[in-house]
Design a protein around this ligand. Structure first.
Ligand code: NOJ
Length: 525
């Protein structure tokens, strides 16, 4: 089937919508969860022996770079409030929590010659608290907070990075592997490399969109494989019986018109944004997609370079990488409409990954837009993406480890509720269509530090007033919607709870002030 035919087929299947506004049921063993990441929620940035991460460095050396000049020194204060976080997970009824481990909290200087016992203690406490509440830990080993000490030695672009990461992973297996059955290695290579090493918007703020970007992706794949082989070869898998997966992000894309050029634009978008990371690990033949190797080689020659900006992996490396993910951890937010026509000429910097892809993209104006400029709601995109993965990569096991919608503050987040309902219908229908999808994690359990956007936009099921020293957590309407989906194991499109009603107060274990505000609100409306 051609890509276009596949798209059409998937879209048609998905539009066989739901009866009586209620979806089919999720399988009884399907995992519902929620996600966060260490730098975005923990705070305690220099407590109990933690070292600096490259984000600690960024916010101290250039505070104006963050939209609201904020930082994550305290953030949601999860380092101190982790028991409350676990209570929230309990309230929602989820059976898994995706959090991340802060490398510099475990190893302040990045290397295992000094392991910080208080860092180990914190994650032991968190994992034990989760298990005591029947919630499975899904820790991410690396969610963008590299120890600054390693960053200063070349960071991800250093040849040593895969070994550094492997040594760190070993310490994690040794300390937590007896209780962790699902490890997520590194988060979102595409976004991390594009924004951290391409545009320079995120730490480590390197601007090298045509060279550093590709090298970063290569190093991340090798680091992931290193962690996988250590798990297998050093007896951790046989003793601990867990599984490992890498976290890869992908939007879906649809062609702007039915022109041949727009169809090609879709194929390239998928190959560069997704195939670049998926094929080396999940395809039968391994290595990068041939079309991206050829494109970058051709462009590099045109740019007068004597070697390509994206070399293929050697045969030995390709073999080392192939088949090293037990499952795919997929982050998905939105869909792009893509095109290739004369207007693309001169649109992108040369050299750059975007100039190599050579497309333009936009969001369809009819799709509800979130408060970020990159994410609009189009749930069939998730259904189509999941089916594309099933057909292209021999139906791998998938966990959706992030999906969510940004808003401003406020407990009544109707757009987010609508988003979750529609995307969870897509998830349920994808399972029915045969996708081996085992779990779904909402991003995010609570409001947190959204990187260069600071606290200006929110993703939380739970709202946090970031000026309140208590960092009280209060459930939004979307928390109640998600809770009901988890309880009933169906999506009822008409379910419309009121986050201010006393019936919701079982979720509100926050400050008295919240309760007073809620009561006042009820009186006045
Ligand atoms: C993906 C990243 O993993 C996460 O850190 C970020 O907050 C969300 N997307 C939303 O932008």
């Amino acid at each position: 089937m051609t890509l276009i035919a596949r798209l059409l087929f998937a879209t048609l299947t998905f539009s066989a919508v739901i009866a009586n506004n209620v979806s089919g049921s999720f399988p009884s063993d399907f995992i519902f969860g929620a996600s966060t990441a260490s730098y975005q929620v923990e705070g305690a940035w220099d407590e109990d022996g933690k070292g600096w991460s490259m984000w600690d460095h960024l916010v101290r050396t250039d505070p104006g770079h963050i939209a609201d000049h904020s930082n994550a020194d305290v953030a949601a204060n999860s380092y101190h409030l982790y028991k409350r976080d676990v209570q929230m997970l309990k309230e929602l009824g989820v059976s898994a929590y995706r959090f991340s481990i802060s490398w510099p909290r475990i190893m302040p200087y990045g290397r295992p010659d000094y392991v910080n016992p208080r860092g180990i203690q914190y994650y032991n406490n968190l994992i034990d608290e989760l298990l005591a509440n029947n919630i499975q830990p899904f820790p991410t080993m690396y969610h963008w907070d590299l120890p600054q000490n390693l960053n200063e030695q070349g960071g991800i672009l250093s040849e040593n990075f895969p070994d550094w990461f492997g040594d760190y992973a070993r310490v994690l297996y040794q300390n937590f592997g007896d209780r962790v059955k699902h490890w997520l290695t590194l988060n979102e290579p595409y976004i991390h490399c594009h924004i951290g090493f391409g545009t320079g918007m995120h730490a480590p703020r390197i601007r090298s969109p045509g060279v550093g970007y590709y090298r970063c992706g290569r190093q991340i794949l090798l680091a992931h494989a290193r962690a996988f082989h250590i798990y297998n070869d050093e007896g951790f898998r046989s003793a601990q019986n867990g599984q490992l997966g890498i976290v890869i992000s992908m939007d879906w894309s649809i062609p702007s018109t039915d022109s041949v050029d727009d169809a090609e634009a879709v194929t390239d978008y998928i190959a560069f944004k997704f195939g670049q990371y998926m094929d080396p690990l999940f395809s039968e033949q391994g290595n990068y997609p041939q079309r991206i190797l050829e494109r970058v080689a051709t462009n590099s020659a045109l740019e007068g370079l004597s070697t390509t900006r994206l070399p293929a992996f050697t045969d030995a490396e390709a073999e080392y990488l192939r088949g090293t993910s037990d499952f795919l951890a997929l982050n998905h937010y939105s869909t792009a409409v893509v095109y290739r026509n004369a207007s693309v000429a001169g649109m992108h910097e040369v050299p750059s990954m975007f100039n190599d892809v050579y497309i333009g993209s936009y969001s369809d104006p009819s799709w509800p837009m979130s408060e970020t400029n990159w994410s609009a709601e189009y749930a069939p995109g998730l259904y189509n993406l999941l089916n594309y993965i099933k057909d292209t990569y021999n139906n791998p096991t998938i966990y959706i480890t992030e999906n969510g919608f940004s808003s401003f503050t406020g407990l009544v987040d109707d757009q987010r509720c609508q988003y979750y309902k529609n995307y969870l219908v897509a998830v349920q229908q994808a399972i029915e269509s045969g996708v081996d999808l085992r779990g779904y994690f909402a991003w995010s359990l609570m409001d947190n530090f959204e990187w260069a956007r600071g606290y200006t936009i929110r993703f939380g099921l739970y709202e946090i007033d970031m000026t309140d020293p208590e960092r009280t957590r209060t459930p939004r309407k979307s928390a109640l919607v998600y809770k009901e989906i988890i309880r009933s194991r169906v999506v009822d499109m008409d379910y419309n709870p009121d986050p201010y009603l006393p019936g919701s107060s079982h979720l509100v274990t926050g400050s008295a002030l919240t309760v007073v505000v809620a009561a006042l609100y009820n009186l006045l409306r």
